[in-house]
Design a protein around this ligand. Structure first.
Ligand code: PXP
Length: 248
């Protein structure tokens, strides 16, 4: 079955809204693990708007499943990754004004710099995933740059459903699904692991899962939103159930 990595950033978003000590992302990660999370993901943004460096240090000590660090490809973040040794570094583009990650990394356009960053991370024995749009040129560039994993951006797929009165079947949704499908095949053709994420929720996750070929899903906002009502363990269990039901 596809693994579910739970992104717990928004637990810290609530905490930072009051600049206080609760809710505690470390407790949230423990609950997510008890609910069946196969990995825990956090994004340390350059503006530290949600997760803080001390969260990463505490999570590194407490999380028992693989810990994934999402980050921009900057010198200071590379230093932080090397010092804390997450199980996987997930490189993402970062914009100061964006509400969440908006698009995939442009590996073709920033090739030499990203290749160097990936080499530095590899020298520290850290596997590297890149978050990219569902485009074959980006996948090919990811391979040439030395990436281990591509995470395909499912945001446009999620948006196409929202724009279509939440219907899962329309020409536009089918087009997005087809793009993701082709990208999964392309990532495998180049011998890399294929993950997916962004904008996935309890309603839309099934069509992505049913494509097959994905190793991990990275899901945050919808699980943290659901956990407000049912608790983190149950929210994770329900997502795992959706994934299981749609597994081909
Ligand atoms: N994958 C990446 C690379 C992301 O940047 C995010 C958002 O932090 C996610 C997955 C999770 O997206 P969402 O919060 O929409 O589930």
């Amino acid at each position: 079955m596809i693994k579910l990595c739970v992104n717990i950033d928004h637990v810290a978003t609530i905490r930072e809204a009051r600049k206080t000590y609760e809710p505690d992302p470390i407790a949230a990660s423990r609950e997510a693990e008890h609910g069946g999370a196969d990995g825990i993901t956090l994004h340390i943004r350059e503006d530290r708007r949600h997760m803080q460096d001390y969260d990463l240090l505490k999570l590194r000590k407490s999380v028992k499943v693989p810990l994934n660090l999402e980050m921009a490809a900057t010198e200071s973040m590379v230093e932080l990754a090397i010092a804390t040794k997450p199980e996987m570094v997930m490189l993402v583009p970062e914009g100061r004004d964006e509400i969440t990650t908006e698009g995939g990394l442009d590996i073709c356009g920033d090739f030499d710099r990203l290749k160097k960053v990936i080499r530095t991370l590899h020298d520290a024995s850290l596997p590297v995933s890149v978050f990219i749009d569902a485009q074959s040129q980006q996948i090919e560039a990811a391979k040439e740059a030395g990436c281990d994993v591509c995470e395909i951006h499912t945001g446009p797929y999620a948006q196409s459903i929202e724009n279509n009165d939440f219907s899962l079947s329309s020409q536009k949704v089918d087009t997005q699904i087809e793009r993701i499908h082709k990208s999964i095949d392309c990532v495998h053709k180049f011998g890399m692991q294929c993950n997916a994420g962004h904008g996935l929720n309890y309603h839309n996750v099934g069509r992505v899962v049913s494509l097959g070929g994905l190793t991990e899903l990275h899901i945050g906002h919808s699980i943290v939103s659901r956990c407000v009502f049912v608790g983190m363990q149950q929210a994770v269990k329900e997502m795992k159930q959706r994934i299981q039901e749609a597994t081909p």
